[in-house]
Every structure is written in C-alpha cells, then in structure tokens.
Design a protein around this ligand. Structure first.
Ligand code: UDP
Length: 192
C-alpha cells in the first residue's frame, strides 16, 4: 500500500476491505506481520514517547482507527479512504478463519472476559482452531510466548491495551511467523 504521513506516522492508504484481503494473502504465504490500528490516543502517546513511537513505526501496517486521523490527513492535504478499525478487522478475520479452519491465539483481557469470549468464539465460529488463550494479567510472559511459538498460530490477537500490546508484539513476534495484531478492548466487546 502507499501511505499518508500524519504527524510523522505513515498510515496505509487502504479501505477496510482491501486491508483484510491483504492480511489473508499475507497469512496464506506465512508472512510475519505486525499490525497497529492506531487511534488518536495511540498517536498522541507515541508523539510524547520516543520509545513507543519507534515501536509504532516498526509496524508493517499502521491503519487509521479513528475518524480524527482521517480528518487530520485531509487537513494536511492527503486523503485516506476511511477508517480501518481493529474491531472490524478482527471480525472479518474471525469469519475467514472460521471458513478456512485457521488457527488463532487469543491473549488479553480479564480472565472471566476471555473465558466468556472463547465460549462465544467456539459457538459462533466453530471452524476456528484455537491455538490457545490467556488473560492479559500474566507474570509468566516466557511461558505464554513459548505456548504461542509451539502452537504455531496463523494469527495472534493481543488485547492488552496500548502501549502494552505493541511492546509485547514487537518484543515477541519473531518466535513464529503469524499476523500479530493489537486490538485494545475488542475482547471485552466480543464477550458482551
Ligand atoms: N488489559 C490487559 N492487561 C493489562 C491491561 C489491560 O489484558 O495489563 C486489557 C483490558 O482488560 C482490556 C483491554 O486490555 O480488555 C483494553 O484495555 P483499556 O481499555 O485500558 O485500553 P485501550 O482499549 O484504551 O487500549
């Protein structure tokens, strides 16, 4: 994708649907990818924190998850086709993984939230192979990373909130070639 620079960050110029299609392609060819769906809070935090900023800039795909970023691009004279949100991306990928029997690792949220969410995933998307899951309040990061590595998921969804999820992905993504994505509070929404 070509990109549009807003406040120093290169956002991909893609519609929600084009982006999902790209992720499917990347997954089928076993690419290692780090996806950040950046809302204005993420951008503001990165602007004030050089370490977080460099992590965000290291993502393979930075999408505009927030109308503020789309409007900001317009004010700066470039146009983005629209929002590409973490939640919509995750929903589309869940549907595809269900159809294609792809494997997902789910990390994040409170224990009762992820337990409820996993039950809903099993009921709604029976074709998804659950590589594993863990709540987002862990001490044994090494154990979780080892579990992700040995289960060889196609996708790793990290709902640890920002900036924790981006630091986690950037630190650990090399253990297995998957699409690694930070998705904030999406597990809470899915659990209902
Ligand atoms: N979360 C987590 N571990 C943490 C902090 C947060 O798993 O150490 C989870 C939290 O339970 C929620 C999600 O991350 O499901 C998003 O948290 P929050 O709303 O604070 O962040 P944001 O949505 O603004 O990224």
């Amino acid at each position: 994708f070509s990109t549009v620079n807003v406040l120093g960050f290169d956002f991909i110029k893609a519609t929600q649907q084009e982006f999902v299609e790209q992720l499917k392609k990347d997954s089928l060819s076993h690419k290692n990818r780090f996806v950040v769906t950046a809302n204005p809070e993420i951008v503001l935090t990165a602007l004030n924190d050089p370490e977080y900023s460099s992590v965000i800039k290291g993502a393979d795909y930075l999408t505009a998850d927030g109308i503020g970023i789309v409007k900001g691009a317009k004010i700066l004279g470039s146009s983005l086709p629209g929002r590409v949100t973490g939640f919509d991306t995750m929903t589309a990928i869940l549907k595809w993984c269900d159809e294609e029997r792809k494997k997902i690792y789910f990390l994040g949220a409170k224990n009762e939230v992820i337990m409820t969410m996993i039950e809903k995933i099993k009921a709604t998307y029976p074709g998804i192979v659950i590589a594993g899951f863990h709540d987002g309040y862990f001490k044994d990061e090494t154990g979780i990373v080892r579990e992700i590595q040995s289960s060889e998921p196609d996708f790793v969804f990290c709902a640890l909130g920002f900036p924790k999820q981006e630091y986690f992905i950037e630190k650990n993504r090399r253990v297995t070639d998957a699409i690694w994505m930070g998705i904030g509070g999406s597990f809470d929404v899915l659990a209902g």
